[in-house]
Structures are given as C-alpha cells and as structure tokens.
Design a binder for this molecule. Sequence first.
Ligand SMILES: C[S@@+](CC[C@H](N)C(=O)[O-])C[C@H]1O[C@@H](n2cnc3c(N)ncnc32)[C@H](O)[C@@H]1O
Length: 259
Amino acid sequence: MSVPTESGRNRPWGAGFNRDFEWNRLNPDTYLEKNYLIPHSNDLEFLARVRDFFGGALRGRRGLHGVDVGTGANLYPALAMLPFCGRLELLDYSMTNVTWLRQETQEYAVTWDPFWKVLAEAPDHAALARPREEMRRRARPDVGSVFRLPAARWDVGTLFFVAESISGSTAEFETAVRRFIRALKPGAPFAAAFMENSRGWKVGSQEFPAVAVDADDVRAALSDVEEPDVHRLDSGPDPVRPGYTGMILVCGRKAGSRA
Ligand SMILES: C[S@@+](CC[C@H](N)C(=O)[O-])C[C@H]1O[C@@H](n2cnc3c(N)ncnc32)[C@H](O)[C@@H]1O
C-alpha cells in the first residue's frame, strides 16, 4: 500500500518520518469513535494501574504542573493526573486535535464517565467532586511537538500511544521517548503507553505510521528513569483494530530527587 504525502512522495503505510504525515487531517471524532466510545478493557486496566501509581507517587500533592503529550482525542491520561495538577498542558502536533481539545475540555462528554468511574475508586479522584469543572479550569490544550519539549519543565507527565505511533523511524521513536523524559523535572512520576508490534493505523481513509516495538525496545529507549514498571497486555480476542499484538504500559520516575 502506498500513500501520497504533502511533499508528493510515496511510501508504504507504516513507514516515513513524523514530518511526512498530514497530522491536521487526523479526524478527532472518528478517532474517538473508533478507540474510546466503547471503553476497551485494556485501556481500563491501564487506567487503574496509572491511577494507583500516581496515587502512591503523588499522595497529598496538589497544584502540580502536568503534561500529556500527543493528547489527540483521549482525555483519560489527563483525567488520571487531574486531582494533582493545578495546570495541565495537553500538547498535540495536530491543530485539528488542539481545536477539538479546546472544545472538549470546556464540558467533556459522557464518553469519559466510565473512565472517571475507574479513577474515582481512588481517594484522590473521588475527592474531586466536579471533574468536568476542574478539567475546564485546569486544562491548557496547545500545539506542541514531543521532539521540541523544553527540558525539566513538568512535575508529572503522560505519553499515551505516541512515541511508536507518530513515525515509521526507530530513531524517532527513541528520540520521542527520550525527549518526553527529558521534559520532566528530576523525580517526576510519569506513565507512558505503547502499541506493541503496530503496523500503522488508520483514521477513516487517512493512514498513519508506526514503529513495531516490544517491551524490550521500550525498556531500551528509557534512559534517565528509575525502576520503570513495565506491564504488557495481549490485544486479545477483541482488539481495538487489526495490526498490533498488545499494549505496553510503563510507570516510573525520572531519575533524580525532586526539589
Ligand atoms: C495514536 S495517536 C494517540 C492519541 C492519544 N494520546 C491516545 O492515547 O489515543 C498519536 C497522537 O500523536 C500526535 N502527534 C503526531 N506527531 C506528534 C508530535 N511530533 N508531537 C506530539 N504529538 C504528535 C497525533 O496528532 C495524535 O494525536
């Protein structure tokens, strides 16, 4: 299969560099419908793990500066950080996604209620009586690239299905992971998720790239991280889409002690 790019070159689906793809053509409504309208059990399991990890790592902390990189049409990583953050930056390279996020964070849809229900099993989340209002107040959607993040800016961060899903280049996958970690302050907890052995993905007729990674590749890309906990789930009998074998979640802390 080949896909024409803005620069007019052709390449197989799944290959190409980040800059070769038309990210503004990514339709957030179609993406949401395909991935999150019906919550997938793997996402809910990852969410429960991230909830417990942040609950332990950030117990009692409030007013932090958080970031979700490559947010797209997925609010669940942001919801996981919400109780701890006074300011939550939602960065995406696609202006279409940022426009969607600016709208969605004003009064997020009932789509996210099953995700909040999982989070609200923990005391930090349960204590947040009006998550919609807090999302509106705290979220700051903006255009940004994982490759151009400032160093040591954020107290907590998430990177969900981004590093392996924005390029067909292994070098760009590794750079994306490294830049995300570099953007965190010393000691900052983070959660990052990856599709395993992805062959690329589609939204409507628009095709997007991937690097086929497994848990060892993810571990190898993680430097400057303390004791990462890596958890893998099989795609199972009910995959989100064809063309991947599972999902990988890493919870850990940027090396160094926090100020
Ligand atoms: C597979 S989607 C993941 C979206 C969302 N985080 C999720 O969990 O479903 C990859 C996202 O990365 C965004 N993206 C592409 N290139 C990027 C870059 N250089 N920096 C940050 N985000 C990027 C895309 O616009 C898209 O929203």
